[in-house]
Design a protein around this ligand. Structure first.
Ligand code: SAM
Length: 611
């Protein structure tokens, strides 16, 4: 349960969009269940306990926060932290599930031999499978309600001169524009930027190729916001430069654009930006499927912030915003729900030499890598759960067939939608008055899983007084199931004293989660060569870190190695051309060992003191 709720404080600006056929007593658009959002905004942002996981580099107020945007904003507000620029690239409602390619590493003891045999092998051919990173499937109404609450939370931590850039596309962008008019004020709209990128066009389609995203730029206060347009000037086009040579009296390009050179440092860019996507083996590629280019963020951050200001990205993904902010001498806050994002940005920033604190919001939900994978896992943990049963609508997660009670629909809160985390009266009202009467089949009982309940007694009383059907509603705590979702990996190590220090050798690594995944992959892809694992499982390790300072609490990496997908070792953030040999050397006696597997699960263990 949240410790408390933090008020958003700043009210939305009302009365902006005039849409006659839409009523708007509290909000511009009255979508289904929008009153729930209003209630939640009234209640405030959920504030949970926040735990420091790791401190990297020098003491610093840069933050990498694992948790949801809403709770991150509640935390910032309690700490009186205001941000000077926000860029967000939230899930787009694109109906896609994003996946990350996971590469099985070369076995340390065989690495040299394999490398010799595979010199010509393309990296994509390495043995790999996919992990779902986050789901992106929403009903429009749910998405907009969710987005509204997030925008309100973000607004409440923006400084008076701050700007916000919201990156979306044709799927939902223009609906969100209306929400932004309401939350930030139509008058504070600064521009709509079109980011154009390229990709080979598809000849067979009956459409123009879709090759742009939309970025809405709003300021907190239109009369007082940062706009360093001189810092983002770009070169004039070759045609303009050529024409300029001929003076204003015409040129071989006469009749075309009339642009003139008026500033020696170049021109202020138009609001359509041609910036290439990050692809292939570009230096900045970190393997995060929705990664945006650094050049895009460079322009935004330079234009809308000054050195030392705080730049925040609450849907940070690969960490592009934090990385560019660091490069440009700004401070940063990166927030994301997914463990893959947090690890990717940690390693990316460490390599860039940044100092930061890693915090985790203890909301009890993102237990298994990310909400999407937790949802998938839950479906296998609810005994006898069947999905997609006829007569049971999409609201229900699935159903259980019982010999006495017949079919029992099961509700599980959507972990991707923070609004559903706390089971409260508005949510129960929907279940009782909309979903139960809508059931197409005869049902005696439904099961409603919850993570937290807002006022259990009051909720039970509400069910008693408002259930107009004969269907029994059973409440069950989802946290009991969530505990079963996480099974730790097993690491067997040998620690010995050697010349000048200590050596930790990994003897065996067993990850049930990964082994199951590989088995499923092998069964499904009968056409591909199956993945065959060694007995000691060392090829499933991505990173090993040693803490020589603390035996509990905040992690401090005294030394660490990361094995890249080709098997090369990166030691303490520095790339090398050597393969991992299964060992890690430390000058000091090691207190704790952390092993991260190739899917991002981490196991921490104490090391016995070496005699
Ligand atoms: C489109 S990606 C961002 C990509 C990022 N701009 C980049 O360049 O890598 C959206 C991210 O939002 C995260 N996310 C989804 N729901 C979230 C929430 N409620 N709070 C914080 N992060 C969330 C996902 O895990 C995902 O990493």
């Amino acid at each position: 349960m949240p410790i408390k709720y933090i008020s958003h404080a700043k009210n939305p600006v009302e009365g902006q969009a005039i849409l006659n056929n839409i009523t708007r007593p509290q909000r511009v658009l009255r979508y289904r269940e929008n009153n729930q959002v209003f209630d939640r905004i009234q209640r405030g942002m959920p504030f949970y306990e926040v735990e420091t996981q790791e401190i990297i580099g020098e003491p610093s107020d840069n933050l990498v926060l694992r948790g949801e945007c809403l709770s991150a904003c509640a935390y910032l507000k309690t700490q009186n932290i205001q941000v000077d620029l926000v860029y967000i690239d939230p899930p787009f409602a694109s109906g896609a599930d994003y996946a990350k390619k996971v590469y099985i590493r070369k076995h340390p003891k065989l690495a040299e031999k394999i490398a010799a045999a595979e010199q010509t092998m393309d990296s994509e051919e390495l043995r790999s499978f996919e992990e779902k990173m986050y789901g992106d499937m929403w009903q429009k109404e749910d998405y907009l309600n969710w987005m509204y609450e997030n925008l309100m939370a973000i607004k409440s931590v923006m400084s008076d001169t701050a700007s916000i850039y919201v990156h979306l596309d044709w799927h939902i962008g223009h609906y969100v524009k209306i929400l932004m008019d309401e939350v930030f004020g139509e008058g504070n709209f600064i521009n709509e930027i079109i980011w154009c990128y390229s990709r080979p066009s598809i000849n067979s389609q009956k459409n123009f190729t879709k090759l742009h995203d939309t970025i809405f730029w709003y300021s907190a206060d239109r009369d007082n916001f940062i706009a360093n347009m001189n810092d983002v000037r770009i070169e004039y086009s070759e045609k303009t430069k050529e024409r300029n040579k001929y003076g204003s009296g015409g040129s071989k390009y006469s009749g075309e654009s009339t642009e003139r050179i008026t500033h020696e440092d170049g021109k202020i860019p138009e609001d359509y930006w041609n910036i290439p996507m990050v692809v292939g083996n570009a230096n900045e590629v970190v393997g995060y499927s929705t990664q945006k280019p650094e050049a895009l963020l460079q322009r935004i951050i330079k234009a809308s912030s000054n050195e030392n200001m705080i730049i925040a990205d609450f849907f940070g993904g690969s960490g592009v915003t934090a990385k560019v902010a660091h490069d440009l001498g700004r401070r940063f806050i990166h927030c994301d729900v997914g463990i893959n994002s947090i690890q990717t940005v940690r390693d990316r920033l460490k390599e860039a030499g940044a100092s930061f604190q890693m915090l985790e919001i203890q909301d009890g939900v993102s237990l298994f890598r990310n909400p999407q994978q937790t949802m998938d896992k839950l479906a296998t943990l609810i005994p006898s759960l069947q999905r997609g049963v006829e007569g049971i609508g999409a609201f229900w997660f699935g159903s259980i067939v019982d010999s006495k009670l017949g079919t029992m629909p099961v509700y599980v809160p959507n972990l991707l939608n923070s609004q559903e985390k706390v089971l409260d009266i508005p949510q129960m009202n929907q279940i009782l008055n909309q979903e139960l009467p809508d059931l197409d089949i005869d049902v005696k009982k439904v099961i409603v899983y919850y993570i937290d309940i807002d006022g259990e007694q009051a909720l039970k009383k509400f069910i008693h007084n408002n259930n107009n059907t004969n269907i029994e509603v059973e409440l069950k705590d989802l946290k009991n199931l969530l505990h079963d979702v996480v099974i730790e990996d097993i690491v067997k190590v040998k620690c010995s004293e050697v010349e000048d220090g200590f050596e930790v050798e990994i003897m065996e690594f067993i990850s049930d989660r990964l082994l199951q995944k590989i088995e499923t992959f092998n069964q499904k892809s009968s056409t591909k060569t199956p993945i065959v694992m060694s007995d000691d499982g060392l090829e499933l390790i991505e990173m090993i870190a040693l803490d020589c300072e603390n035996d509990s609490g905040v992690w401090q990496s005294s030394t660490e190695i990361k094995i890249d997908k080709l098997g090369f070792v990166m030691k303490d953030g520095v790339k090398t051309k050597t393969f991992w040999d299964g060992k890690v050397f430390s000058e000091k006696q090691v207190k704790r060992l952390k092993v991260r597997n190739i899917s991002g699960d981490e196991t921490v263990m104490m090391l016995e003191a070496v005699q």
